[in-house]
Design a protein around this ligand. Sequence first.
Ligand code: GAR
Length: 194
Amino acid sequence: MTNIAIWASGTGSNAQAIIDYFRENDHVNIAMIVSNRKQAGVIDKAVKEGIPYVYFSKNQIDTNDGVLDKLASSKIEVIVLAGFLLKIPSYLIRAFTDRILNIHPALLPKYGGKGMYGSHVHQAVYDQKETESGISIHLVNEHYDEGKILFQASTDLTPDDRPSDIGRKVLELEHYYYPRVIEAFVENALPQAD
Ligand code: GAR
């Protein structure tokens, strides 16, 4: 069984899709939700699902004030970022090398980097009159949105699509593919402990 911690700052619709997908799964256990925002919708979802959650402030995350200890005590092996908007500090990347996944709501390397998150991404895609957008699931390294890409999927856009329509189409891809990519990642990249 691989224990996964989902890190999220916002609504947590991806977190919910992942929780639903792995409910009663024999290989993947969503063991913890981490958020840097006390009011984040994802915390309500954790409560409703009975999944342990932890709040860490930006400062606690940046200085490793209990972060690695908490992950170790819950035997977390993989971290899944699902709308987590702070930069991941290097101590965490070193402790979880090639074991932190992120989802980005565009086709990287376009529309990535600092400040490119959520609706900002869809607005930029709209402004450029792109005819497609999509999702990128990648490993996290020390540079925003530059880790190895594991998976991308695209969706066609029409001239009628407003930024909110683009967001809706992209989110649909996210909810479908992110759990499936996590599953493949866990099965291929990690030894399965009994
Ligand atoms: C998702 O669209 C995710 O791709 C994006 O935030 C949204 C979170 O939605 N992440 C980024 O922009 C990271 N740069 P959710 O809270 O409903 O899952």
